[in-house]
Ligand binder design. Structure first.
Ligand code: ZN
Ligand code: FE
Ligand code: FE
Ligand code: FE
Length: 159
């Protein structure tokens, strides 16, 4: 990994792995969420995540690279933490608040990655990739805001 392009491609592979890991993990979180609004928000984000994986494939194509993932220890750890909270808070009133906190940690990881990737794409002259990564970044930010709203409006009080 020597050039900005190398780091860009590596990090693209990192988020590609992360999105696929999230896709695998979310159904269980949706099942375990004990609040209708939270369930709905997570379902919506699951379907957005599917489109994000498809968009990332287009990003790879636009830069002439093969779509592939590289293990992201960060997302594996964040997902593991989420599963731990769901187990340990089973039956507790604070469980939904815990789930939201874990999901927001995941959103913030994605926001960090896509914010960086979007600007690297621009610096490298990959204008289409810049646009597409920016659109995913906006979805991640909206998902994070929605979770904050759910926490503040209902879930934290119930906890
Ligand atoms: Zn990496
Ligand atoms: Fe995502
Ligand atoms: Fe990573
Ligand atoms: Fe997300």
């Amino acid at each position: 990994m020597k050039t900005l392009n190398d780091i860009f491609e590596h990090t693209l592979q990192d988020v590609y792995y992360a999105e696929n890991a999230i896709l695998k993990a979310l159904p269980k979180v949706i099942e375990e969420a004990g609040n209708a609004g939270l369930k709905e928000a997570l379902k919506e984000h699951l379907s957005e995540t599917k489109t994000q994986v498809a968009t990332l494939k287009k990003v790879f194509k636009s830069i002439g690279a093969e779509a592939k993932g590289v293990k992201c220890d960060a997302i594996d750890g964040l997902i593991k933490e989420c599963e731990g909270v769901m187990d340990e808070a089973k039956g507790a009133a604070a469980r939904n608040a815990g789930i939201i906190g874990c999901c927001q940690a995941i959103e913030h990881y994605e926001i960090a990655r896509y914010g960086t990737l979007r600007e690297w794409a621009k610096a490298l002259g990959h204008e289409d990739a810049h646009q597409m990564l920016g659109s995913i970044l906006d979805q991640e930010k909206a998902a994070d805001h929605k979770l904050t709203g759910l926490a503040v409006e209902s879930v934290n009080k119930a906890a």
